[in-house]
Write a protein that binds this ligand. Sequence first.
Ligand code: ADP
Length: 497
Amino acid sequence: MALQAATQKMVAEFDYPASDVNKGVKEFLREMDEGLGETGTTMSQIPTYVTAVPNGKEKGLYLAVDLGGTNFRVCSIMLKGDTTFSLVQSKVAIPKELMVAKTSQELFSFLAKQIELFLEKHHNDHFEATVRRRRTASASEGYKDQEYFQLGFTFSFPVQQVGINKGYLIRWTKGFDIKDTVGKDVCSLLQDEINALQLPVKVAALVNDTVGTLMARSYTSPNRTSTLLGAIFGTGTNGAYVEKLDQVKKLSIGESSKDYDQTTGDMIINTEWGSFDNHLSALPNTPYDDALDKESNNPGIQMFEKRISGMFLGEILRRALLVLANNTEAAFCSDVDSSKNDIRSTASIGPNSTLYKQWGLDTSFLSVVVGDTTPTLKIVRQALEKDLDIDAASYEDAVTVKALAYAVGRRAARLSAVAIGAIVLKSHRLETDDVIDVGVDGSLVEYYPNFEEMIREALREIPEIGPMGERKIQIGIAKDGSGVGAALIAWSAAQRY
Ligand code: ADP
């Protein structure tokens, strides 16, 4: 009984009622506007210089490369013009020494070399007809325009983007540290090394993975609906959406390029919403959130992301369970006899349990636990044994773990609805009869049970949306954002030449 009461109390700490969802939406709208007006705001609202989303009719062969954390991917994408595509890709681990090289050239020449190897292997006819010809002919002989591949460059590090294929590195993250790259345009660095190898490749676009998700979804969406928002719920969370150009006030200040298609009247904005409400004026804040943040390597930053994304939900749950385990009155996983259906014996937490290790619990654990519908919660108890070294957990222990995993995930989904709801409202698309399409990607939305339905439940609770509005919102998975999305951005950039 003590455990049941302690669990209920803790579950209630993760409540995020409709009134708070609405307060969140208002603050989100305010921060979106603020970010469109000036730089250096909580939510960055970065203009991407991409001014239209695809309609599924785009055609052609494009290249895409993706420099993420540990791997470099090169792919070519054939857009077939009928909402479908085919994709060939190769992946190579980035040598550790290049991540901390003395000069940018060492890293970028390696990347260019991978592009060369890819073309030689997968597009050999074109390679023979162009690169070989040029290398054997006089140096002055260049390529014809139509011989060039247009390339989309997905670069998942903080950049100050000032044009569709121009962005200065703000800082390296994820273990990279090459001093002389900071402040340089990463597209030029790659283009210089491509040129040094005399490859017929133009770095046409610098791509953020969230924008890629939006583009990929818009290309593949059913009935050629043009997509409003692309959102990622994976390791991190972020969204990119279609904004009216005249709302992007800060485009008229600073070094912003004017070289983009202004005729569509739109501009895709990369919100960087992970940092929404860093000052915690509208976000929920439990003791577990607070401790997670204080002991993280970036306290006070990415506060929205720290309540939503895969990197953090397991850690929130771990901290909550640890508090329960240390509460002797609650009798969680302790040797109190509370047998039920012969399931219970004496539970024990191993001394090396990941319950005691910061970041020890992966968010996939939440999906497994919440998805257990067996009457005895057999799967939860197996997961406790496997992932947390908790032996012989009782049915009651398992009920507690499931209830908390559900509460943490449900709060994350309802917070996600704040971002989606605010962007839907800002677009005014509810005032039309059109379907409002949203593309999503990431393991959390894909695998956490009913994540989308819980988002929808919260959307219905926003009075300006309601059940009628919620029904107009179509949410679908967008796969391969960094491949086909990057290709589509390269396509869109190429329309300018
Ligand atoms: P990324 O965002 O890095 O491109 P993913 O979309 O696969 O990659 O997200 C990885 C994150 O999702 C990790 O934080 C991981 O803990 C979490 N995750 C992995 N599998 C699941 C799952 N089945 N349910 C919920 N979260 C998951």
